[in-house]
Design a protein around this ligand. Structure first.
Ligand code: NAG
Ligand code: NAG
Ligand code: NAG
Ligand code: NAG
Ligand code: FE2
Length: 593
């Protein structure tokens, strides 16, 4: 039971609206959202905002040293309510994961266990009926040996790190047989803008979780094939201690497969801590700055609350249930939970995950040479761009209608003292790379669209439903290796490195806990991002119209995603698996975990 501070009991409903969940106080529909200049009672609004600001202060970061975590009389109530709500949901969900896990163990036992990589499908076959009913993406198990599947994951399920190598960039390592693989030498691939890189050498010295689990620190090249135009893997250098081995598709199958598995572990580690820093810690601090500067009467505020549902629970969850000593990261990864904290801090503090404008969808892809570059051929297929752009453009269209219906001129934007205070608040909030001046509708649209992108688009691709279906599915993505990694080629059996059955099932269980099959076709999904009857009742007709249009567009896109099939080449979106992370009637609209 939450004890409300007296300020709430005294009937100041304005602050209560900042607390979503349990103590939400409904407002009458005729009580319209307004810009400050149109406020009916300017001084009451200013006083309520002052009280709210007083109750939401910047406290020390938790779960690592990243953005401030809110403290104060109002913040404490809200963060506790969020945390209770998430933990209550998660406890039920985890109990179901336990049931599924037992089924999986028994089913695998009954069929004689898993003796080769080809038998990992046994771990999934109709066993996770409650928590992962659809299993990994179609093709993820049947086509796991495909090099194209491995490389196209960088352009769909795990798109946050790959970058085109510039004409004068220093190369990370040599690949002597590049010409025999691709028809071009490494230098020629680079000169033609066909070469791509991912570098996880920064995972080399992370502190270990135990001495029985192992991981590498891979660097990898990918390339656009000069004839087919396919995006393919060229080479992987694992940087195992005492070894400079470089693996390529010309190696024996076992060696090359193990190299891809080693890379995937590094990639999952990066992707998950990047997601925490970008999707949670960055979005949270922008939200906190908004809470401190925008009145509850301000039209931007309710959509931010809705988007950031239970947001304040997530770092408590990470701290108490993920990276804690002896917790899931310690148990399942080669590196300690504390290393995850350190790694996340670095991604946040360097700006890589936390810079606001630099991480706008298009700006970020351009900065990595993946979009609209003058250098090198275009990517033939780029599923992340395709799906993320469709959704983000629809969000932008909504925002443009919504924002311009409240701000009729640019003067309305510059005259909105609450909005302008939000922009200035980026200073004390220490938001990295936030817009420094917002003088027109587009400036507001950019910020609101990016918040939706971080939470409803990028988060859904990197986390929640995705890992169990793709980036943490077995056999291609083990969370750890259970034998010292080789310093010579000639591996006879990859199975000796693979997680034992209990760990494999533990891995699926952890990611099943992030999965949300119960949201399928409900109002918790992306289609319903703006579909809140209480909010919309207090918004103008243009906003209501735009919200309905958004939902229709998302329903239409959901149909497109659900009709995806393999073509004559066994591909969908140019990939040997069928990707549906951004099906708008499947993906959650909020972070969820
Ligand atoms: C957190 O990181 C910031 C920025 O790098 C640094 O100035 C500060 O000392 C760190 N705080 C703690 C408690 O480590
Ligand atoms: C699986 O089989 C092994 C040995 O046959 C047994 O020790 C273990 O308890 C079984 N596990 C389950 C979940 O049935
Ligand atoms: C979402 O759906 C649930 C279950 O159908 C319903 O109880 C709830 O009121 C809906 N929420 C909104 C905001 O429409
Ligand atoms: C991928 O797997 C599916 C079966 O799940 C198959 O129909 C398709 O041909 C495979 N694609 C490739 C490229 O092998
Ligand atoms: Fe998350």
């Amino acid at each position: 039971m939450i004890v409300l501070p007296s300020i709430l009991c005294a009937g100041i409903a304005v602050e209560a609206a900042a607390i979503r969940g349990g103590s939400h106080i409904s407002r009458p529909a005729e009580d319209r959202y307004t810009l400050p200049s149109l406020s009916v009672d300017v001084s009451a609004r200013a006083e309520a905002l002052r009280v709210k600001r007083e109750g939401w202060q910047y406290g020390p970061s938790i779960a690592g040293n990243t953005s401030f975590y809110p403290i104060g009389a109002l913040a404490d109530v809200a963060t506790k309510a969020d945390t209770n709500a998430l933990f209550t949901f998660q406890d039920k969900h985890t109990a179901n994961v336990g049931i599924d896990k037992q089924n999986a163990l028994e089913a695998v036992n009954a069929t004689g266990g898993i003796k080769s990589l080809d038998e990992y499908h046994k771990l999934y076959d109709h066993e996770w009926v409650i928590t992962v009913p659809e299993g990994p993406y179609i093709g993820m198990l049947s086509n796991y040996t495909s090099d194209l599947l491995f490389s196209m994951e960088r352009l769909s399920t795990a798109p946050a790190s790959v970058a085109r190598v510039g004409a004068s960039d220093a190369l990370l390592f040599a690949v002597d047989n590049a010409a025999s693989i691709t028809g071009l030498s490494l230098k020629q691939l680079q000169a033609q803008g066909r070469l791509f890189v991912i570098d996880y050498l920064d995972q080399k010295d992370l502190s270990r979780s135990s001495d029985i689990k192992f991981g590498a620190a891979c660097q990898a090249y990918f390339y656009i094939h000069p004839e087919s135009g396919d995006f393919l893997p060229l080479a992987i250098k694992p940087n195992v201690e005492g070894s400079d081995l470089v693996y390529t598709p010309e190696d024996e199958e076992n060696d090359w497969t193990l190299a891809k598995l080693m890379f995937n572990l590094n990639d999952l580690w990066f992707t998950q801590w990047f997601h925490l820093a970008a999707g949670h810690e960055t979005a949270e601090i922008v939200y906190l700055a908004a809470i401190r500067t925008l009145s509850e009467e301000h039209p931007l505020m309710p959509f931010l609350h809705r988007l950031m549902k239970q947001a304040w629970a997530m770092r408590h969850s990470a701290e108490q249930r993920l990276i804690n000593v002896g917790g899931p990261v310690d148990q399942l990864f080669p590196w300690a939970g504390s290393s995850a904290g350190v790694y996340t801090d670095a991604l946040y503090q360097s700006g890589l995950a936390s810079k606001f404008r630099a991480n706008y969808l298009e700006a970020n892809l351009k900065s990595r040479g993946l979009l609209d570059g003058a250098f090198g051929p275009e990517l033939k297929s780029f599923p992340y761009l395709e799906d993320a752009t469709l959704v983000t453009d629809a969000v932008r269209t909504f925002m443009k209608s919504f924002v311009s219906s409240y701000y009729l001129t640019s003067d309305d934007v510059t005259a909105d003292m609450e909005l302008q205070a939000w922009i200035k608040e980026a200073g004390p909030a220490e938001i990295q790379d936030f817009p420094t001046a917002v003088t027109d509708v587009d400036g507001i649209v950019d910020i609101m669209t990016h918040m939706c992108y971080l939470v409803a688009v990028q988060h859904g691709v990197l986390n929640s439903n995705s890992p169990v279906a793709s980036t943490a599915s077995l056999p291609l993505h083990p969370l750890a290796f259970y034998a010292p990694l080789p310093t010579e080629k000639g591996v006879t059996d990859v199975m000796q490195y693979m997680p034992p059955l209990a760990a494999a099932v533990g891995q699926i269980s952890l990611l099943a806990a992030f999965n949300r099959p119960q949201f399928l076709d409900t109002n918790q999904t992306l289609s319903h991002l703006f579909d809140d009857s209480e909010i919309l009742a207090r918004m103008n007709p243009e906003t209501n119209k735009a919200a309905a249009a958004f939902r229709m567009q998302m329903d239409a896109f959901s149909k497109v995603v659900r009709s995806r099939k393999f073509d004559a080449d066994g591909l969908s979106q140019g990939m040997p698996f069928i990707w549906n992370a951004l099906d708008p009637n499947r993906a959650p609209y909020w972070v969820t975990i």
